[in-house]
Design a binder for this molecule. Sequence first.
Ligand code: ADP
Length: 472
Amino acid sequence: MSIQTNWQKLYETALDKSFPALESIPGVIFGFHSTIDGLKRVVPEEIEKVLKENPALEEEVSRRLGTLPAEIRTPADLLVGLASSLQRGKALQLMIREEAVYQWVMDNLGYDQIRMGGTSGNMTNFMAPLPLSQILVYANPLTKEQAELFVDSENLFVINQDGELEHPHKAWRGEGIFAIHWIFEYPKGLKLKIGDKVLESPRANRFIAAWNPINNKLQIEANFQKCLPRLLPDFSHFVVSGFHILSENYPDGTTWLDYLRPVAQFLRELKKEHSHLRFHYEFASIASGAIRKGIVDYILPTVDSLGLNEVELCAILRDRGEDDLAQEVENHTSLVPVLRALERLADSTGLRRIQLHDLGYYLTLVDADYASGEQTRDAMLFAATLAASRSTIGRVGTPEEIRGGLDVPMAEQLFPLMAELAQELEQEKFMETGIAAKNGRNIILVPTKIVAKPVLTVGLGDLISSSSFILG
Ligand code: ADP
């Protein structure tokens, strides 16, 4: 049997086992960040009109071109940020600090369309079509506008004001948009005139301006904190994410640490009281090195499992001064340094499970007493099938549509790298099984499927990590 046929068979068997396994999972919780994304195409005429009507604003933006504000306190800050992102074709995210600016953007630019935002809100909508019996999501404030962005699925709940589980479509209170993350998208070659200068975007990208006064300190709503513990016996998995919303410093003089500590404390207490619950933290790209280190120091020791991509792994390595290893990982020529990096991270944090996803493979390290190699591998193969089908059709579909992911070709280029790792690990069967044992841990590597022309890739990493954590 060829190696490809061997893996295709493993894929098929894993998928057959996964649907019944998902049905038997008691319940999954996603916290702590759901929000509203306001998509807005950058229309130069609109911005030029606003500037023309306000010469003082135009003068200030013009004068400040080439600089970058740390946060947005005035309309000029917003336009300077947008201009900077557009001019360099680089993604940029800044927090809006003043309500007056939020109002100004609403009045002057508005949005084309709103959609679900925030890692927890997104993961919930991705996972709801799967045969999971219950999903609880944290969303605050849950106004009608936010609630309507959740999919209409019977297994989806929030905690309502009475402390009970209720579908967000029924549990919402009040109307209005109190938090919005504007995503200003621009195509390649877009020309924007500011003063006597014409800026042109070298490539398509986006500028995000986020107004989220309630969540940007990651303070968990009191009712949720109070009512959650009573409900926990009915749940088995807790996926934590969204910490990238923290700022290093706040206008009131507080810092990220003032808010990270209480969340870590909350998680620690939940874990102590409900030892059956398994916690996963999904790393997102965080620009601040201080916050990144804070998460490694305060949050990782409170969770069982971590999900991350290769860019995030390298950032963590560099924060620790392991620049050479980060460079080796970035070279993408061998998986040996990737494994070494994950082993060091597991050793230093005590994490019981770490899963890395990259284009073409997922690599997981898991304590032998946490989960078997086979269960972990099958969950990873299910995640890869799910990711392939979602990239192909643009959504998580029916079980039949998910099965379509099996037809996507495998990343063949992975096999030589896998052979090298098998030799390094001295485990003959590794090529066939993807499973090796070392130092009380299972090491699992799977070649994934790659969709040549994906319809949608945003949030794929979240989908891969959460589905393999829940099943594994
Ligand atoms: P996000 O931040 O959008 O969730 P990540 O960068 O964390 O994304 O993860 C994206 C992952 O999606 C990659 O590591 C890879 O495993 C997978 N992926 C990306 N493009 C494709 C594709 N065309 N086909 C299959 N999987 C893909």
